[in-house]
Design a protein around this ligand. Structure first.
Ligand SMILES: Nc1ncnc2c1ncn2[C@@H]1O[C@H](COP(=O)(O)OP(=O)(O)OP(=O)(O)O)[C@@H](O)[C@H]1O
Ligand SMILES: [Mg+2]
Length: 155
């Protein structure tokens, strides 16, 4: 049985703050899959993750880059973040493999936008976050833990 819990995120700040609180709970080797339509707030959430983890570099929607590495900031927790936007991969698993994310996944947190249906195979233990966009701009985050994530605390 897969249990999904929901969080209501009224503003972009709420989405970033949720990401920050989640980021504070993460450790190296964690895999997050971010789903939801264009403009749902996946990148906004990753911006929060970066803050919670304490990593360097600006989080943005990479136009030409599929994956961007954010190294840990000095004096921080020592865990980096790899931010992947798999949108342009269009489901091509071989291109995902070319990114060698399984190597990154040992030390860093890997967060994959548009990774649902592709990136699960990187680890049975992952957290799927599906952002739903409501008409009033509110987002509803559906959190679905898999594997070891079933026993992990969620913000
Ligand atoms: N409650 C909210 N949570 C997140 N973003 C919101 C919210 N309300 C409005 N927004 C706006 O929606 C947009 C979300 O953009 P973002 O780039 O994070 O989406 P995305 O899911 O990464 O899209 P893409 O699939 O194109 O990568 C931003 O312009 C943000 O300001
Ligand atoms: Mg995005």
């Amino acid at each position: 049985m897969v249990a999904t819990s929901v969080r209501t995120l009224a503003t972009v700040e709420d989405t970033e703050d949720f990401g920050r609180r989640l980021g504070e709970l993460l450790r190296g080797g964690d895999l997050l899959l971010l789903a939801g339509p264009l403009g749902a707030g996946k990148t906004a959430l990753v911006r929060g993750l970066a803050r919670g983890l304490g990593v360097l570099g600006r989080v943005s929607s990479p136009t030409f880059v599929i994956a961007r590495e954010h190294p840990p900031a000095e004096g921080g927790r020592g865990v980096g973040l790899v931010h992947v936007d798999a949108y342009r991969l269009g489901g091509h698993l071989d291109e995902l493999d070319d990114l060698d994310l399984d190597t990154e996944l040992v030390d860093a947190v890997v967060a994959v936008e548009w990774g649902e249906g592709m990136a699960e195979r990187l680890s049975d233990d992952h957290l799927l976050i599906t952002l739903e966009r409501r008409d009033d701009d509110t987002r509803v985050a559906h959190l679905t833990p898999h594997g070891a994530w079933l026993d992990r605390p969620l913000p």
